[in-house]
Design a protein around this ligand. Sequence first.
Ligand code: BTN
Length: 262
Amino acid sequence: MNINKIRSLLDTNLIGNEIIYYEQTSSTNDTLFNLAKNSTNDGTVVIADSQTKGKGRLGRSWYSPKGKNLYFSFLIKPKITISQSPVCTFLASLALTKTILSYGITADVKWPNDILINKRKIAGVLTEMSSTNNRLDFIIIGIGINLNMTMKDIQNALPEVSKTTTSLMRETKDIVDREIFTARIINDLDYYYEILKNEGLNSIVALWTSKWSFLNREVKINLEGKILNGIARKVDTEGYFYIEKESGDLEKVIAGDMIVEN
Ligand code: BTN
């Protein structure tokens, strides 16, 4: 990828002030984590054309072939607590929906970290953090988004989820310029990071909730094999999700997968 082209298109206060590019790395989250041990500036971005150990949530892997998609991570040091760090996933999801909308497509957010178009996953966010003595040192947010994978690519590489996966090219029917997309998403991340800094976590949670089409709808959650049915009622400033059970009680969900039925 042409990093200078990306730099020339940036209009940000912080995110992307430094961009480090690898043709291949294990995982941009891990690479940035290692760099951050020896001090890394707030807003640093690591981009890779391909990853050999791309990571997803809950120990899953993230398919990361070269020349097709976008895999990157950025580091921020927001003034929030350790337990609030999952809300950074919402910030990244908001930026993704804004960038995707600039291609004329409305995307949905799915708790906790997926972006969907017509019920198919196009992107995922993986937030990790480092802390010392119960204080947050930094947060790393990794984003993987399928840009130019064809349906054939998806069927070949991800047969078990090919019916629930998409790419931006599949949706727009046009090859996506990866540098332009990357600059737009970095600009949009910076936009939402300013909102976090100026208005606080509640604004991010409210904005995320406003994009959440599952709000007040019947949902199913898979909690390590146990299925929980109920109505999606809210998310809070620690990123937890609350489901209203048949009894009327609200249950707080910490980690799980929402099941989307096609
Ligand atoms: C998920 O949907 O479970 C999250 C996927 C996150 C993938 C991105 S790709 C860039 C960054 N590096 C990683 O190893 N993972 C994230």
